[in-house]
Design a protein around this ligand. Structure first.
Ligand code: ASP
Length: 343
């Protein structure tokens, strides 16, 4: 594997299967049953120049759970980029301080430019409307775990990606990742103007997958295995676009009615989050809270073992993890969320 994780493009199925296996070995640590110090002494630089809760905190927590320490900076205002510093200079400076760097930036291609100036492993935490490879890896890890629980297989599965497929970077990475596996059926539903880029679809089709594009959720999805819904990325819209899309998202909102009327009892619901839960936002509906098909918080929990696996693999310590384990000593609740099943 390359020293960096910038995109799904260079990954092979072997790389991905390796990461899935390492993530599974991280579960006892991620679930706070065991402790490792395998990255003791290592320092992560977490550079977030765009809003983030999950990605920033879970990369941070994953590195800490491996025994490392984290330095971070958020927003342009408090970094030297506000004084005109280049990505090249920032990259070289941070490389002198840190053993791994996670970066999120609003411009597509910016994290790759930053990584080109360093030999220290860099992970793309989201580059504008480009990619979000660690999210796709944790999404695949979630699908894999959910399918194992439900006795399903990825080969031949029917997966629906819906919402803003043009600017949603998580779906760009996820569909590329899924395309490495045996043929499946992928349905893409988005408002007109927010379709998945054509070159991404072409690649998926060339690998033997059946891809259908629609502009409405009013279809029969009775054989659906996964609905992966995304937020309309309004922050990437021009003023004109904001006006033309006002109100359009309500037709693309997934909730209890859609799931009960059009899907089945084992269709799982995923979302990279955040979902906009304010009234009228028309994002993934809160009326699914507590429904066992809603996998969004299992999905966020899976971010820890997968991000630990990414660090362990890039920093080449994955063979050492089991040698270093000891039991936790502090109190850990059996369920971390009030609607969770016991772990
Ligand atoms: N958190 C995801 C991202 O950073 C999804 C989103 O913001 O809608 O791409």
């Amino acid at each position: 594997m390359s020293p960096h994780l910038l995109s799904i493009d260079p990954l092979t199925r072997d790389h991905v299967d390796h990461l899935l296996r390492v993530a599974a070995r991280m579960e006892p640590i991620a679930q706070r049953r065991q402790v490792t110090r395998v990255l003791e002494g290592a320092v992560l630089g977490n550079l977030f120049f765009e809003a983030s809760t999950r990605t920033r905190v879970s990369f941070n927590a994953a590195f800490c759970r491996l025994g490392g320490s984290v330095c971070d900076t958020t927003g342009f205002t408090f970094s030297s980029m506000a004084k005109g510093e280049s990505l090249y200079d920032t990259s070289r400076v941070m490389s002198g301080y840190c053993d791994a760097i996670v970066m999120r930036h609003p411009e597509q291609g910016s994290v790759a430019e930053f990584a080109a100036a360093t030999h220290v492993p860099v992970i793309n935490g989201g580059d504008g409307p480009g990619e979000h490879p660690s999210q796709a890896l944790l999404d695949l890890y979630t699908i894999d775990k959910e399918f194992a629980r439900l006795g399903k297989k990825l080969a031949g599965a029917h997966i629906l990606l819906t919402g803003d497929l043009k600017y949603g970077r998580t779906v760009h990475s996820l569909i590329k990742l899924l395309s490495l596996y045996d043929p499946m059926r992928i349905t893409l539903v988005s408002p007109p103007g927010l379709e998945m880029p054509g070159h991404v679809i072409d690649r998926v089709v060339s690998r033997g997958h059946r891809v259908e594009q629609r502009d409405s959720l009013a279809c029969d999805f009775s054989d659906l295995d996964v609905v992966y819904t995304t937020r309309i990325q309004k922050e990437r819209f021009t003023e004109e676009m904001s006006e033309s899309f006002a109100g359009v998202s309500q037709d693309f909102s997934v909730g209890r009615e859609f799931l009960n009327a059009r899907c089945n009892n084992s269709t799982i619901v995923m979302h990279p989050l955040p979902r906009d839960s304010r009234p009228g936002a028309n994002d993934l509906n809160v009326d699914l809270n507590g429904d066992p098909r809603l996998a969004i918080f299992r999905q966020t929990d899976n971010g820890i073992p997968m991000r630990m696996a990414i660090f362990a693999t890039l920093l080449q310590v994955e063979a050492l993890i089991e040698k270093d384990l000891r039991p936790v000593r502090w109190f850990v609740p059996e369920r971390v969320g009030v609607d969770d099943a016991a772990r």
